[in-house]
Design a protein around this ligand. Structure first.
Ligand SMILES: Nc1ncnc2c1ncn2[C@@H]1O[C@H](COP(=O)(O)OP(=O)(O)OP(=O)(O)O)[C@@H](O)[C@H]1O
Length: 420
């Protein structure tokens, strides 16, 4: 160890995997390429270095396939780097491949002994912890049955209980809450906090940024084989989410172009689409929306918003024939159709007005407190008595993201007061 304060040192590590080219599935392809057995070396981690201090908890974040699990597997020594060095100090317990060493014909109790021995515990140490391990797994009634009779949930619960109770100096965890039901997961989470408080070094791979923020002191974001950023979890996650959002928008753009091409190739499909689109928009057409913009706090057009962020709808319309006593309105729907919110100028007691020439109106939502997900916006111009002038369903689609894991439809402003 170059620095005595460190529990883990990863120095200039590169990991590549061989990816074999497909020979094709059709007979012709198979005949043509029967000799082809070529592969490329895909670089998953490209000269990465990081350190973890004793007692520190770090989270590894990044999009699917960026190499988080590969990093953890190298720390567990299930696989090895092509170049570079990894040094670890103390007893390592890994929650990857839980229960890999279990013997199906042995009882839960016997497996605790063999499994804990793999982690380096002596018989005496296991004896001392046995009751705690069984109690944590909640498998008291079944502990003397062979583990082949366990459900997969029971199996992982037992394996998790062993791995988490071996007093490791370093704990490596892949997706903490993939274990057991919600109650068991909550228990594991609390246990992890205890373990952290007792000074164990922890490395967590997770897609749940909220969980990482609750446990970890630092986050490392891996992107395209390199460490893109490391630092306070909240700060790293915001950057990471921004990056993911731009990626998603690029993806949407590519998808749009692909669809456009398809439409050109298939007139019939286009006709069908037009027919459907028509049903999404109806009314007398005395006035019609001409330009619809969804803007963020900086006035930039946006389709992704963070929970609590400002949203501005900037809507222009053309008037064909005067609409007396007009009403403007909008509604927000979740992608599963749930009506989240709806209002109009009448409900909001805006003074009555007519529209007789082209114009524009702006709706400002200072805090869009929606829970992450996809949403649709309907916008409307109606006559005073409620008949549609331009009723435009699903005029805009947007996505809400957040680095918190609260659930439901809306984030309700709240605070906690604890007397404990
Ligand atoms: N044994 C292997 N052989 C070939 N390629 C592999 C192997 N293991 C991993 N990979 C590739 O390496 C890349 C990184 O995989 P890894 O499992 O580390 O990603 P991850 O960041 O943990 O992803 P996720 O968030 O989906 O769990 C992927 O492209 C994966 O396909």
């Amino acid at each position: 160890m170059k620095n005595e304060e460190n529990a883990i040192e990863v120095r200039d590590v590169t990991k590549t995997f061989k990816v074999y080219y497909d020979k094709g599935t059709e007979l012709k392809e198979k005949l043509l390429f029967w000799k082809r057995n070529r592969y490329e070396n895909r670089v998953v981690l490209d000269h990465i270095s990081f350190e973890v201090k004793k007692g520190e908890a770090i989270g590894l974040v990044g999009k699917n396939g960026c190499g988080k699990s590969t990093t953890l597997k190298m720390l567990t020594r299930i696989i090895y780097p092509n170049s570079g060095e990894i040094e670890m100090c103390g007893r390592v317990s890994s929650l990857i491949e839980l229960g890999a060493g279990f013997h199906p014909d042995m009882s839960g109790r016997e497996n605790i002994y063999t499994n804990a021995a793999i982690f380096g515990l002596t018989k005496k140490e296991i004896d001392e912890r046995l009751e705690e391990i069984i109690a944590f797994s909640e498998l008291e009634e079944f502990i003397d049955n062979p583990v082949r009779t366990y459900s997969s949930g029971m199996y992982t619960r037992l394996a998790f209980s062993v791995a988490i109770n071996v007093d490791a100096d370093i704990l490596l965890i892949d997706e903490i809450l993939a274990v057991g039901d919600a109650n068991f997961q909550a228990k594991c989470f609390n246990k992890l906090r205890e373990i952290k408080a007792s000074g164990t070094t922890i490395v967590i791979v997770s897609h749940s940024l909220g969980q990482i923020e609750q446990i970890c002191d630092r986050s490392i974001w891996i992107c395209e084989g390199k460490i893109a950023m490391e630092g306070k979890p909240k700060e790293v996650h915001l950057e990471y989410l921004d990056y993911m959002n731009t990626q998603r928008i690029d993806q949407q753009e590519k998808e749009r172009l692909r669809l456009q091409k398809l439409e050109l190739q298939n007139m019939q499909a286009e006709e069908e689409k037009k027919r459907k689109a028509k049903m999404k928009r109806y009314g007398s057409e005395d006035a019609k929306f001409t330009q619809i913009k969804m803007l963020d706090a900086d006035g930039k057009e946006q389709t992704t918003f963070r929970t609590g962020e400002k949203m501005v709808l900037d809507l222009s319309y053309h008037v064909e024939k005067k609409v007396t006593d007009a009403v403007f309105g909008y509604g927000i729907f979740r992608s599963d159709g749930l009506w989240v919110y709806g209002t109009n100028t009448r409900i909001d007691r805006v003074d009555n007005f007519d529209i007789d020439k082209d114009g524009r109106f702006v709706i400002t939502m200072p805090e869009l407190n929606l829970i992450p997900g996809q949403y649709w916006l309907d916008i409307t111009i109606e006559y005073g008595e409620g008949n549609p002038v331009d009723y435009y369903k699903e005029a805009l689609k947007f996505e809400v993201v957040s680095n918190m894991t609260d659930v439901g439809v809306a984030r309700i402003a709240h605070s906690w007061e604890l007397e404990i």
